[in-house]
Write a protein that binds this ligand. Structure first.
Ligand code: ADP
Ligand code: MG
Length: 493
């Protein structure tokens, strides 16, 4: 496909500007307890009910690393085709904020647990590789609540100490739609792995978006601004577009870009300066003396590698090869682990071609409309498979199948029950069908004459009348055969 058609430039009278984007994605680790304490990570609990003395930074409390979180980070690293570092170090990142009781965040700085990796995006113009710079583990902070009282800010420490993976990309992204695909791909990989639920409404996945611009063809990157804490893919796309335009405007009017941290105002669709970019030395990173360097054995990594589930890229390849799907279809069906599972359930016992179409077109439309996940589908894989078999065997027509499907959606019933109760079985008895055909031809003898004298368009009219006469139940293929035969005989006689 023509790549240029999809190019994303900020075009002005003077120039075409290319947009350069790098993401720091914060993904909350799926784990029962926090990174360095035994408190629960469950979402939605009453404020400050899941806070241990470690999370609230009582003096003298000691953090103990949660091995499961380490395992989750390594698995994610493997899913990103990344190098796992056998030695990593937890550092203190010092800053003051009301929701950070220790006055520092335990993070990883120079020695992250995961090094360079790579993610493949399927774009309409082909596949694109995005390089990963690193993945490191860190604690989340608490939450300041500003809207409960006009004069006070409250602090909820339930989130304090929950494990986050920060996944840093190289500045390889070039458009909002690439960012959209990238974030979704990360989310898919982590959901397959069970390492992050990717729930953006609950804040389990959010990103700092770094944006700079340069003239088309220029080699050197421009100065970037970092837009903090964007928590939906749509807002990321909007923020990039808005920020890039702001930078272009500044540059074209002869001004400079200051490297700084900005906030995206979703209501006004604008970014605003938050603070000028802090330097690493402002944080005074140093190894946390309460935590030993983290050493991982090679055999441990190998063990985790062996037990990884099939990942989306592999599954996609398998689907294309084994089930003869197009890359588009395979993409759609592997984008969620639950969707691919559903598909594989259905085709255990049903035609693949029908199955993929019914899932991608009919089922997805219903799920979208009802805002349901596929695992909560009112039509079970087994029932969809039965419906498809009823079509394949000629028991019902494709058209009737759509009606049956609608009723399955509403009732959750098996198709056989609906077909029987509503008398929707396809009429496939040639004798019966012949009767209907003859009746329709008889009562439309004028049209038959016109047909005979060359008005062949009328063929469709006859089919329509026959289908109507059979309440849509006549087997279309048989009707076709019989009608052709009758009209031929008629013409001869
Ligand atoms: P810091 O630690 O100061 O945030 P990093 O080098 O870790 O700096 O970069 C943070 C993010 O900024 C990375 O995702 C990187 O890809 C991105 N980035 C770096 N340079 C640019 C640039 N010129 N334009 C856009 N993004 C950039
Ligand atoms: Mg950063």
């Amino acid at each position: 496909m023509d790549k240029e058609k999809f190019d994303y430039y900020i075009k002005t009278e003077k120039n075409n500007w290319e947009v350069v984007i790098g993401l720091e994605v914060h993904a909350q680790v799926i784990s029962a307890s926090k990174l360095f304490s035994g408190s629960s990570t469950k979402f939605g609990a009453k404020p400050n009910t899941q806070v241990s003395l470690v999370d609230s930074a009582f003096p003298g409390m000691l953090p103990v690393v949660n091995q499961y979180c380490i395992e989750q980070a390594i698995k994610t690293g493997l899913g990103l085709n990344a190098k796992i570092n056998l030695l990593s170090i937890f550092d203190r990142k010092n800053y003051f904020y009301a929701d950070l009781p220790a006055g520092y965040q335990i993070s990883q700085y120079k020695n992250p647990i995961v090094g360079e990796g790579e993610v493949t995006l399927d774009m309409p113009y082909g596949s694109k590789k995005v390089r990963i710079e690193r993945l490191h583990l860190e604690q989340d902070a608490g939450k300041s609540i500003h809207d409960m009282s006009p004069d006070n800010t409250f602090v909820d420490l339930n989130r304090s100490g929950v494990a986050l993976m920060e996944i840093v990309s190289k500045p390889d992204l070039r458009s909002p739609s690439e960012v959209n695909t990238y974030v979704k791909k990360l989310r898919t990989i982590m959901r397959y792995l069970g390492t992050c639920d990717g729930n953006m409404q609950e804040g389990s996945l959010r990103a700092d978006v770094n944006v700079s611009v340069r003239k088309k063809g220029e080699k050197k990157f421009g100065t970037r601004c970092e837009i903090k804490n964007v928590n939906s893919i749509k807002f990321m796309e909007m923020a990039i577009d808005t920020e890039a335009k702001r930078q272009v405007e500044l540059l074209e009017s002869g001004k400079n870009i200051e490297q700084e941290t900005r906030l995206f105002d979703t209501k006004k669709n604008e970014t605003r300066s938050m603070r000028s970019k802090e330097e690493a030395h402002d944080y005074r990173y140093f190894p946390d003396p309460d935590l030993l360097p983290l050493e991982i054995e090679h055999s441990y990594i190998e063990k985790l590698k062996k037990n990884l589930p099939e990942l989306p890229d592999q599954k996609k390849k398998r689907f294309i090869k084994k089930f003869k799907l197009t890359p588009y279809e395979a993409n759609v069906l592997v984008s969620e682990a639950d969707t691919s599972k559903y598909f594989e359930e259905v085709i255990k016992d049903a035609d693949i071609k029908l199955a993929k179409n019914w899932i991608i077109v009919e089922l997805f439309a219903v799920l979208n409309k009802k805002n349901l996940d596929i695992k909560d589908s009112p039509v079970s894989p087994k029932n969809l498979s039965s419906l498809i078999n009823a079509i394949s065997s000629g028991e019902i027509s494709g058209k009737i199948a759509k009606k049956v499907f609608e009723m399955m959606v509403e009732s959750g019933d098996e198709p056989s029950k609906i077909i029987k109760e509503k008398g929707l079985k396809q009429q496939s008895d040639p004798k019966e069908l012949e009767k209907i055909v003859l009746k329709v031809l008889e009562s439309n003898s004028d049209k038959v004459s016109q047909y005979k004298s060359g008005k062949e368009k009328l063929y469709g009219f006859f089919i329509g009348e026959i289908m109507k006469a059979s309440s849509g139940k006549a087997n279309p293929k048989l009707v076709n055969d019989i009608l052709k035969e009758k009209l031929k005989n008629d013409q001869k006689s």
